[in-house]
Design a protein around this ligand. Structure first.
Ligand SMILES: Cc1cc2nc3c(=O)[nH]c(=O)nc-3n(C[C@H](O)[C@H](O)[C@H](O)COP(=O)(O)OP(=O)(O)OC[C@H]3O[C@@H](n4cnc5c(N)ncnc54)[C@H](O)[C@@H]3O)c2cc1C
Length: 473
């Protein structure tokens, strides 16, 4: 293992690797310690079902990675990363056999929205046009905005509950359901503020960047980050679960790619009471129940547009999605869950043997739930794709407890590493954000701003702070 590193990063998720790269780029020696046998945290792929079928264990769709101001500065293509852009970013089927869709272009999307075309262009097109001014606020910590008017205009819509904004701005069931489905990625009930922000940011990201996949699987993004990091002289050691920060070799900075619960386990004894209590009070949200399928043929969607989409939102109307998300949040098992489905192998032949398919999907459930959601998830898909079950060759299932076992950050299966509601969205996990009361000890995970998603910005900002405070000079 590396001798006398300047900085140690605990965890090799996208934020851990981003932090490690930023510090290594500044000429410092960086060692990354990863608990699991493979690197990448929430950005890994494996043959979970059958040989030759490559599944994304956690994240699959990466609009925030391609939009990330930090990742944009890295030569990831030189390290093998290729993005795959499906013909349609998203399709949302309804019971009448139609589907609302999102294309890369705002105009094309608006054109298929019928009566809601103009409203879509105004709402989402407005965010897309203002994206360059909004980007620092969307993908960074709270600070004095350089473009206060653009931010205020965005904020007026973003701060609303998604269900309310959808009902106010759209009149057709398709447009309303589409917006609700995108907003539901935030894992906060759609009648709460600021869920419209998730719908607007992820919706606009479909146009600004695309809901893209890394060719070969999510692991290719991790591998490209790791290869670039190693080219800077960095070292990654896998199978090294840090049990206590006291066990680490001496270093000027330690950055933890951890959410508060696992952080408390390894560093809690170093913190003053007030800070420990704050971390203990940090709230985790709903869990997920995830399924990966190996299929004999593509999913037989009734609405033909779904075949062209990388992501398909399976959950029917706004009202149905709203109910399902509310149930999961308040501890009840949704009977008709909102299922997020991705079908990368349709557009990336490296993911499955010839003519076969891999499909990825999950739904939100109460945190820590042990309920078997498989029948309910498959019933929802079958509803919009009759004959789906007959094409399944094999399945892999992860309950919330499996998700947490797989990655200690996702407590109770909460893939957001903590609730993203107003109290916790901006100042996470405490008002110190990346810093802790211990000099040289930082948090760089998705439990810091700007939060959940594969963008590396939490790691980048934590690294900047460590460089400014303890690593320069
Ligand atoms: C099922 C699922 C689906 C998702 N889908 C998407 C998606 O499609 N798009 C998207 O943008 N995001 C998605 N996400 C969220 C995304 O994966 C996370 O937001 C992101 O990975 C967070 O990155 P991170 O670096 O903060 O932490 P993580 O990726 O969680 O990495 C933390 C790392 O720390 C390691 N670690 C933990 N404890 C220790 C220890 N004591 N010692 C050493 N190492 C340790 C872990 O093993 C892990 O490798 C999904 C997540 C899941 C689970």
């Amino acid at each position: 293992m590396m001798n006398q590193p300047d900085a140690i990063v605990i965890g090799s998720g996208p934020n851990g690797l981003a932090a490690a790269i930023e510090i290594a780029r500044a000429g410092r020696k960086v060692l990354v310690l990863e608990a699991e046998p493979t690197i990448g945290g929430g950005v890994r792929s494996a043959e979970l079902t059958l040989p030759g079928f490559v599944h994304d264990i956690c994240s699959a769709v990466h609009p925030l990675a391609i939009a990330s101001p930090f990742f944009r500065t890295l030569p990831l293509d030189a390290h093998g990363l290729r993005w795959v852009t499906p013909p349609l970013m998203l399709a949302h089927p309804l019971d009448d056999g139609s589907a609302a869709t999102v294309a890369k272009s705002v105009d094309e999307t608006a054109a298929q929205m019928g009566a809601d075309g103009a409203a879509y262009r105004r709402l989402l097109g407005g965010v897309v046009n203002a994206w360059p001014q909004l980007e620092p606020a969307i993908l960074g910590p709270l600070r004095i905005p350089a473009h206060p008017f653009a931010l205020a205009r965005f904020g007026l819509s973003a701060v609303q509950p998604a269900a309310l904004l959808a009902r106010r701005r759209f009149s057709t069931p398709g447009a309303r359901a589409l917006f609700a489905g995108i907003a539901a990625h935030g894992m906060v009930p759609l009648d709460q503020r600021p869920t419209a922000a998730f719908g607007l940011v992820l919706g606009a990201a479909a146009h600004v960047a695309g809901w893209v996949f890394p060719r070969g699987g999510a692991q290719s993004l991790t591998d490209a980050l790791a290869a670039y990091f190693r080219s800077l002289g960095g070292e990654i050691v896998t199978g090294q679960r840090v049990a206590s920060v006291d066990d680490l070799p001496a270093a000027r900075a330690v950055l933890c790619d951890l959410s508060p619960r696992p952080l408390l386990k390894i560093a809690g004894h170093r913190f003053p009471d007030w800070y420990r209590q704050k971390l203990e009070q940090y709230r985790y949200g709903s869990g997920v129940f995830k399924v990966d399928w190996a299929l004999e043929t593509p999913v037989p969607w009734r609405a033909s547009a779904c075949a062209q989409a990388g992501t398909v939102h399976v959950g029917g109307t706004l009202e149905e999605i709203e109910r399902g998300e509310q149930e999961a949040w308040s501890g009840r098992t949704p009977d008709r869950p909102f299922v997020l489905v991705a079908q990368p192998s349709r557009f990336d032949t490296t993911r499955a043997p010839a003519d076969r398919q891999t499909v990825w999907g999950y739904c939100h459930v109460p945190r820590g739930s042990s309920e078997d959601m498989l029948p309910r998830i498959e019933a929802q898909i079958e509803r919009f794709a009759p004959g789906f079950r007959e094409r399944v060759l094999a399945r892999s299932v992860m309950r919330p407890a499996d998700v947490e076992r797989h990655n200690a950050n996702y407590v109770g299966g909460d893939i957001g590493a903590g609730v993203s509601d107003i109290p916790q969205l901006f100042l996470r996990p405490t008002r110190l954000m990346y810093s802790t009361p211990v000099r040289g000890l930082y948090i760089c995970s998705a439990s810091t701003p700007p939060g959940v998603g594969v963008h590396g910005m939490c790691g980048y900002f934590a690294a900047k702070r460590a460089l400014n405070e303890v690593l320069r000079g």
